[in-house]
Each structure stands twice: as C-alpha cells, then as structure tokens.
Write a protein that binds this ligand. Structure first.
Ligand code: FKS
Ligand code: ZN
Length: 669
C-alpha cells in the first residue's frame, strides 16, 4: 500500500487564519487523513504495507489535465492577501483556498503518481494513496467541490504517457459525480470512466444534467462513460453489488484495462452526512475484490471524499485489507435491490447495450415510461419525504463494526494421490481424520467401486479433514485430485459437507449428470456447460448452457456476472465447491478468474475438485488459490457473436426466486 500524507498547514505560513475572516470547510478536514492512517496503524495493516514516499507533481504533470492559466492562477494563492484569496475562491464553486493548499494539492497529485509508478513497474502489486485535497471534481481550468488538481485524471494520463498503458479503467465509487473526470475523458476511448453518484433527479450537487445515465461519452468516446445515478438515498449493499455485477464488471472485463484507478471516496458509506446511504464499510472489501482480477491485479485506489470519520476509517481499512489479500467478510442478509436502484440499473443497461456486446441482450426498456412511472411515484412520495427528511437528518446512523478477517495459518492445501507432485505453496494434506464407522460404511456403499476401496476411503477422509479445517479457518482453501470427480462431489455434498457447513454452493464447470439437488436449500448447484438441459430442476439446481461450450469466454463471463455472482451473494454459502469436470474445455485464464472471483464467498473457503487425469491445470489452479491475480482475458477484446439471449431469458425466469438477478423494475407495479 502506498500512501502519501500531506503535511498540515503551519501557523508560520505567514497567516494566522482567523475563523471569522475566511470561511473554512467543515467536513473536508485534516482529521480525515489522521483517523484513516491511525486506523491502519492500530489494526497492524500499515506494517504489512510498503510505504511509498509522497512527492509534489511537477507543472508538466499537472498540465496533463489542467490549463496553463489555471495553474498560473493557483500558483499565486500562497502569496495572496486574504481579500485576494477570497476573491480567487469566489470564481469557483464550493472550494476553500488556504495559502498552503497549492503545496498540498501538488503533494496529493504527486502521491497518486508515485503509486502509479510503484504499481506499473511491479514494485508493488496494488496500493492506496491517502491524499488531501481530493480531485475528481476539478476541471481543466476550474477548481470545484474541495478539489484543486484532478489527482486521478492526471494519474490516468500519466500512466498512459509514462508507462504505456493503453486502456485505463477509472471506477469512482465516491457518492458525488466526478464531473471533472467525465469532462476530461468523455471523448477518449482509452479511458473508461464509471461513476455512481447521488443524483435525486438533478436535485443533488453538482446538479448537472450531464451526470445522468444518458451521458455515455462523445464521438469516439461514446460508450466509455458510464453514469449510474442514485435517485434516492438509503442505497444498501445489495444495490451496490447489483450495479457491479450487472453493469460495471461485464463492461470492465470487455474493456480489458491495463490499469485500474479507483476514485475511492467513502461518502458512499453509511453514516456519511453527504451521501446518506446505508451501505456498510465491509462492502468496500467486496468492491475492491471484484476489481482485483482486472489488469493483472494492477489497482491504485486514491482517496476522494468520506466525511463520517468512523465509517471512513473502517472503509479505508476494509479496502486496504482486501488489497493485502486477506479473506473477505461475509456480507450477511443481502436483500433485493430497491425499485429506484432497479430503475437506474435498467436505464444504464438500456443505453450502454449499444456500445458493449456483453450487454447486447439487456432489456431495451422504453426508459421514458419507466422514469415517468417512477417520477409520478416519486412526486406522490415527495411530501412524505419532506417529513422523513428532517426526521432522518436527526437520527444518528449506527452499524456493526466490521467483523475480523483472520488469515488462516494455511492459505491453500491439497489432497493428492501419492504419486502426484504437490504444487509450490500448497500444503499437502496427509493426515486424515479417522472417519466414524457410519461414514466409512456410507462411503464404501458408494456405487463407484474406487470410492469404496482403501485409498478411496483415505482420499475421502482427507477431504473431510480439509473441509473441517476450512470450517475452523485453519485452512483457507484447497484442491483435491480424485479418481472420480462425480463420486467425490456426491460424497462431499451428501456425506461430508452436510454436517460441516449449512449451505454449499456447488459450481460445476463441464457436463455431468449431477443427479441430486436438495430442494431444501442446503446446496445450490450452478452448472455451466455446453450441454443443453431440457429443464431446470427447481430453485437450487441451475444449469447454464453455453451453446459454444465453456471455451466461449464472453458467454462464460456473462454467466459469471449475470447469474453466478448475484446468486452466490444472495445464497451466502458457508463453503464453495468448484468442480472441474473432465473435458470441460474451460480456458486456464477463465478458470483462474473464476477461482479469484469465487473467493468473495464463504470467507474464501473454496474446495476445488478435479479429476486426477486433469492435473494439467493444477498450476493455474494453485496460483489462483494462493491469491495471485488471474491474467487478463484477452479473448474478450474480440467477442464472438454470443448467445447471451438465452442467458438473459434464464435470468428473467429465475429472478422471481432470486432477487439479486433483477435488472429491471418489476413490470407489476
Ligand atoms: N452547496 C451545496 C453543497 C456542496 N457540497 C460540495 C460537496 C463536495 C464533495 C467533494 C467530494 O466528496 O466529492 C470529494 F471527493 F471531492 F471530496
Ligand atoms: Zn464525494
């Protein structure tokens, strides 16, 4: 983690600023950095990071985004009288100039560049820059919303110019629209800007018409600007995850960036006076995780907003802890995205589908009637909202402290036949728990002869031990090479898994008759294969058919983000069983991406089952289990005509049972 701390203004700067003389900002205060950094120290996270020294951005670097006249103007502020300072400030909106802010603004931008250097040269895998002042509102020739220089926009141009990055993804999860970033790159197809923001139909600051979902970029940049407006406050974890799964991630994977920059503003967290949202700090662990398999893991998070010092510090820690590869917190009781979020989701997908083949089959909603209906509803609720408004502003938000995320003593374990080599980094499991006679007899009774014989029982008892050690968090994840995968799956879910974990998510890649699917919900089976299953067996067995087979990366990614991840978040399993059927045809990169993404569930407790003769992909499997970022999926750059239509139809059919699959407002109301 690279952090650039800017030194606070000193009295001897020649001006003892009297409060009454010059208005000071009440929310963008120095404590934002000190509480964040102190939390990283207190939790021991800062010791696990490489600290990157801050530096001032040079004029040339600032001029990558800003005009000469603007820079010359800001350069004069340290020597201005109070009067001139106030004059200078008045020409912009919501900015506060202190004699020392020019120095601080250069440090903020320079720190972001230091982090980009460290990540692009491979000195560190990823990192976070804790900087002030923020940047995403500042424009080519104007300061705005506490921002002086656009730290992230400068970092994007710098990464392209100095490090040859061809495509840069900017994800802005701050609760305000980074209009400065949008203006900077709106006609540039090499920088994809994604932002969600509190909008309330243009009633929320910065009150811009161009912050709405239909601003998709201009000219050759059309499609490379994605705005998700939140037209109501109170958005929760489910709303944020739905937008990531159904909009950002599919588009980001198709874009295939060389670098991911995050405008990491935490005013989108619960308790923030600006955002008034209800997403909990642990959501940032998942948002960060979901971006970490892009660009080969090269991710730079740069602090923007965040004004509740408690949720800010917790959110910063959640983000950094994920960057360090620690297990993810379980997101409890996700619920359906709210109607307003679904309307935004539907509108964004309906305009972006023209530019992204991965969204080609999204509903082309007649956005007018959708929004008209919602506006009527919104007007009806307006009065009620007035009273709620002042009640709400009184009530103090409370939320639970994020749960500890303990690294297990053993990251990855393996259960292998004696003659198979154990990949580096994996701990071979040899000791096996003596299974009770009942279990042994059940295993012996397995129809497959090899499951019944001595080493079959030995294998299964090691599997049992592995699952048990995951449950107690002694082991993070594991891989087992077994003579017969189908028998092993049946054994794990019927005998071993059932009394160890309450819900098992079985992700099966490739064709195989998994002829069991408990209707009681103890197991959810999602099978991705090339086989066309005539019917779906109930809510807990979901066969996903890819007509061109599992080698079709576009189809696979659509299935992962459109179906598997939303289902997984809603099901919230205690264990993930990832089964690679022989002859599945899934590519190694896709397989590693899948393992990386599935770590978001069950605190990373994934058990991979593969057939002994499929050991060729043990290397990529081990690498992904150990937390190494998956290589980029280059195939997405030239997508084949896909059959996403079938997936969309399946999703629409399933959304009655699974709320996280929704992407449109329910036609009912
Ligand atoms: N007169 C109406 C209120 C103006 N409110 C200004 C809010 C600025 C938000 C800044 C931020 O949080 O987006 C940043 F990340 F840049 F810091
Ligand atoms: Zn903000």
């Amino acid at each position: 983690m690279g952090w650039g701390l800017t030194d606070p203004p000193q009295e001897e700067d020649g001006l003892a600023l009297q409060e009454e003389a010059v208005p000071a900002c009440k929310i963008e205060v120095p404590e934002r950095l000190s509480v964040s950094y102190e939390a990283l120290v207190r939790t021991g996270l800062s010791d696990r990071c490489v600290s990157v020294p801050p530096r001032e951005a040079s004029d040339a670097e600032i001029l990558l985004v800003h005009s000469e006249e603007y820079l010359e103007g800001v350069k004069k502020t340290p020597h201005m009288t109070l009067e001139d300072l106030k004059e200078f400030t008045l020409q912009y909106g919501d900015v506060y100039f202190h004699p020392n802010i020019y120095h601080c603004a250069k440090l903020a931008a320079g720190s972001a560049l230091q982090l980009v250097d460290s990540v692009m040269t491979g000195k560190v895998r990823n990192g976070m820059a804790l900087v002030r002042p923020p940047g995403h509102h500042s424009m080519r020739s104007a300061a705005s919303g506490f921002c002086v220089f656009n730290n992230v926009a400068i970092a994007a141009r710098y990464a392209k110019q100095k490090h040859g990055a061809e495509r840069v993804l900017i994800v802005d999860w701050d609760i305000h629209h980074g209009q400065g970033v949008q203006y900077c790159f709106e006609d540039d197809p090499s920088v994809l800007y994604f932002s969600w923001h509190r909008y309330e139909r243009q009633k929320f600051w910065p009150n811009l018409r161009e912050s709405d979902y239909d601003s998709v970029g201009k000219g050759s940049g059309a499609g490379f600007n994605v705005n998700v407006p939140w037209n109501e406050v109170g958005m929760e974890n489910s709303d944020y995850l739905s937008v990531f799964c159904h909009v950002l991630l599919p588009v980001a994977y198709e874009f295939c960036p060389d670098l991911v920059l995050v405008c990491a503003g935490f005013d989108s967290a619960i308790g923030d006076p600006e955002g008034e949202m209800c997403a909990t700090p642990d959501i940032f662990a998942h948002l960060t995780h979901l971006l970490m398999n892009l660009a080969g893991g090269k991710l730079c998070a740069v602090l923007e907003g965040g004004y509740n010092l408690t949720s800010l510090a917790q959110s910063v820690c959640q983000t950094v802890q994920t960057l360090l590869g620690d297990p993810l917190p379980q997101l409890a009781n996700l619920r359906s995205p709210c109607e307003s979020a679904l309307e935004s989701l539907q509108c964004v997908r309906s305009v972006q589908r023209r530019y992204w083949s991965i969204l080609k089959h999204a509903a082309d909603s007649a956005t007018t009637d959708v929004s008209n209906k919602r506006i009527k509803l919104a007007k009806a609720e307006e009065e009620k909202a007035e009273t709620a408004e002042d009640e709400r502003s009184q009530e103090e938000k409370v939320w639970p402290e994020p749960a500890e995320r303990l690294r297990p003593p053993v990251c990855s374990a393996s259960v292998l036949p004696d003659d198979a080599a154990c990949p580096d980094g994996l701990k071979r499991l040899v000791s096996s728990k003596d299974l009770g006679p009942l279990l042994v007899s059940r295993i012996r009774n397995r129809s497959m002869e090899d499951a019944g014989d001595a080493d079959g029982v030995a294998t299964f008892s090691r599997l049992y031990t592995l699952i048990e050690k995951m449950r107690t968090n002694e082991i993070g994840n594991g891989v087992a090479l077994v003579p017969d995968v189908a028998a092993a799956v049946e054994c794990v879910v019927q005998d071993l898994g059932s009394d160890l974990v309450s819900r098992v998510l079985v992700v099966c890649v490739g064709k195989e008759e998994l002829n069991y699917a408990t209707a009681d919900g103890k197991m959810l089976v999602v099978q991705i294969s090339g086989e066309d299953k005539e019917e779906q067996k109930g809510k807990y067995y979901i066969p996903v058919c890819l007509k061109k087979g599992c080698g079709d990366t576009v189809g696979f990614i659509q299935a992962v983000f459109g179906l598997l991840l939303p289902l997984g978040y809603e099901y919230d399993p205690g264990l993930v069983l990832l089964v690679r059927m022989p002859g599945s045809g899934v590519g190694d990169c896709m397989w590693q991406q899948l393992i990386g993404l599935l770590k978001g569930f069950a605190k990373g407790h994934t058990l991979v089952l593969m057939q002994t003769n499929d050991g060729a992909c043990m290397g990529p499997t081990a690498s992904a289990l150990l937390g190494h970022p998956a290589p980029p999926l280059q195939e997405l750059l030239t997508p084949l005509p896909d059959d996403g239509g079938a997936l969309e139809r399946m999703r629409e059919r399933l959304q009655a049972d699974w709320k996280m699959l929704q992407t449109t407002v329910s036609s009912g109301n």
